[in-house]
Design a protein around this ligand. Structure first.
Ligand code: BTN
Length: 236
């Protein structure tokens, strides 16, 4: 069912996969790269992608409304958290929206991009980057870490990839059948800064206590006596 292609070096698996999706490539097409020269993350931020990391993107074609895209990204985050625990015994946390943290440093990130037709999803491309054995540039070392650095030895990124898809395929099928509500608790149990004061930036600045996501996938911020529900942004 998977259509996998591995590149030694590519600009970005995300760009490649989006191009393939535009040309009609099927769901579950997976593009992996050993190294990316122009990896990018959310908000078009540069994503350092040296050799040794796990860099991949894949296509989904769910028959659901555009409003649910974020929920699928949450399902991907939970799957990655589970896979990191199973494969390496690592207890990681999700910093809203989809940054994966080990203690106070980011070890992985997730981006979801889409093509829509009349509010329906034509395709989604989910891109995931995990710092496995790659060396991080000096300027990122105070905010990012690799799994090699945490475990003190090199590890096998491909095993993480298959652990991720084992989790994701089951959870994604459940999501399509039963909706997102069943996943909100697991997301919140693994949420960094839950019940702590946070600052959300999304064009505006929203400050308050992070109460986690609701069953619709919106982040709830308690600000004085009001509850503000936020759908996108970044969290400090
Ligand atoms: C983020 O944290 O902002 C998301 C980072 C996503 C990086 C991955 S690496 C594989 C895929 N190709 C890219 O160019 N980006 C994603």
């Amino acid at each position: 069912m998977n259509n996998i292609k591995i590149y030694k070096k590519i600009d970005s698996t995300q760009v490649k996969t989006k191009t393939l999706a535009d040309k009609g490539a099927p769901q579950w097409t997976i593009i992996i790269a050993q190294e990316q020269t122009k990896g990018y993350g959310r908000l078009k931020r540069e994503w350092s992608s040296n050799k040794g990391g796990l860099w991949f993107s894949f296509i989904l074609k769910p028959k659901i409304d555009a409003g649910s895209i974020q929920k699928i990204s949450f399902v991907a985050s939970i799957s990655l958290i589970r896979a990191l625990k199973k494969q390496f015994g690592l207890k990681t946390k999700i910093k809203w929206v989809n940054d994966i943290f080990y203690k106070n440093k980011k070890i992985a990130g997730i981006i979801v991009e889409s093509s829509l037709r009349q509010n329906k999803i034509d395709w989604l491309v989910i891109g995931i980057g995990v710092n496995i054995n790659n060396d991080l540039p000096e300027e990122l070392k105070n905010i990012s870490r690799s799994i090699k650095d945490i475990l003190g030895k090199k590890t096998d990124g491909r095993k993480l990839l298959s652990a991720f898809f084992n989790e994701f395929k089951t959870m994604y099928a459940k999501f399509l059948k039963s909706g997102f509500a069943v996943f909100a608790d697991e997301y919140n149990k693994n949420l960094k800064f839950l019940n702590e004061e946070v600052k959300i930036e999304n064009g505006k600045t929203i400050e308050g206590v992070n109460r986690g996501i609701d069953k619709e996938g919106r982040l709830v911020i308690e600000s004085g006596k009001t509850l503000k529900k936020v759908v996108t942004g970044s969290c400090r």
